[in-house]
Design a protein around this ligand. Structure first.
Ligand SMILES: Nc1ncnc2c1ncn2[C@@H]1O[C@H](COP(=O)(O)OP(=O)(O)OP(=O)(O)O)[C@@H](O)[C@H]1O
Ligand SMILES: [Mg+2]
Length: 252
């Protein structure tokens, strides 16, 4: 059975892409067949994982029925990890289709044909409330919220939890907030430690997944198209993401 996981937050720069990429790659390195669906027109996951990306195939072409899903996938350098790449054209899709009824179901329908090919389908989502974020939340079963342990982070968390609950009640009854992943943790910052306590007091510790420390190597990795596992395997970032991948993998 395919597991559908989305990494989301309504706050920009909150570690969604870094986490989606490392979880998808980690699960593939464990031997799973993984598809990463890049739903963000900024295409950060695509630019990170696919050198010389072919802009004529990807999520936009699938959503607009120009290509079949199988023809639109790109390989990455990690065995077992494919990507349905994003491009700026996704913004056009969003503008054009936002008012069309049923538009938010298209992504889910497109993915149904390939579920037997993948153990995990993982969505990297945009930070703003729009058709692409809603489409990902309609297509997925589980959502992980990446939460930077920084000032005002609780606001982004409340917004995304509200949206998840709304979609779960109205259109995707199977949708579940599976976990909160604190990222960019800095033990020297009082605000980081306080925020961690606040999350536990509001949402309980059942939702809390292993945290990822602030690590400069993680910020350097996309520019050289590498994963932290290859770039600096003994860094805090690599250690933390492996812990997280193990925690996620053992819960399915
Ligand atoms: N644990 C970390 N330590 C240090 N830097 C990090 C960490 N996680 C992510 N970053 C950096 O923080 C920035 C934002 O991270 P990322 O791109 O993953 O967030 P995002 O939520 O996907 O952003 P957007 O909303 O723009 O899509 C990036 O420059 C990234 O390299
Ligand atoms: Mg991103």
């Amino acid at each position: 059975m395919t597991n559908f996981l989305a990494f989301s937050n309504r706050k920009g720069g909150s570690g969604k892409t870094t986490t989606a990429v490392h979880v998808a790659a980690g699960l593939a390195l464990m031997g799973n067949r993984v598809l990463l669906v890049d739903c963000d027109p900024q295409a950060h996951a695509t630019l990170w994982l696919v050198r010389n990306n072919d802009n004529s195939k990807g999520l936009y072409e699938v959503l607009t029925n120009k290509l079949h899903l199988e023809e639109s996938l790109s390989n990455t350098y990690i065995k077992g990890l494919h990507i349905l790449s994003a491009s700026r054209k996704l913004s056009e899709f969003e503008v054009k289709y936002t008012r069309e009824s049923g538009a938010a179901h298209i992504l889910k329908k497109c993915l149904l044909c390939c579920t037997s090919q993948f153990d995990y389908i993982i969505f990297d989502t945009p930070p703003y409330l729009g058709l692409l974020l809603v489409s990902a939340l309609m297509a997925t079963q589980f959502v992980f919220v990446t939460l930077p342990l920084q000032a005002l982070a609780m606001e982004g968390l409340k917004d995304i939890v509200y949206l998840i609950n709304k979609i779960a009640h109205k259109t995707n009854n199977g949708l579940e907030l599976r976990g909160i992943i604190p990222v960019m943790f800095n033990k020297n910052l009082l605000s980081s430690r306080k925020l961690l306590k606040e999350i536990i007091s509001v949402y309980g510790d059942k939702l809390l997944y292993p945290f990822v420390r602030q690590n400069i190597r993680l910020a350097e990795a996309p520019a050289i198209h590498k994963l932290i596992y290859d770039y600096v395997p003994n860094s805090n970032g690599a250690v933390d993401y492996w812990n997280l991948v193990n925690a996620i993998s053992s819960s399915y």
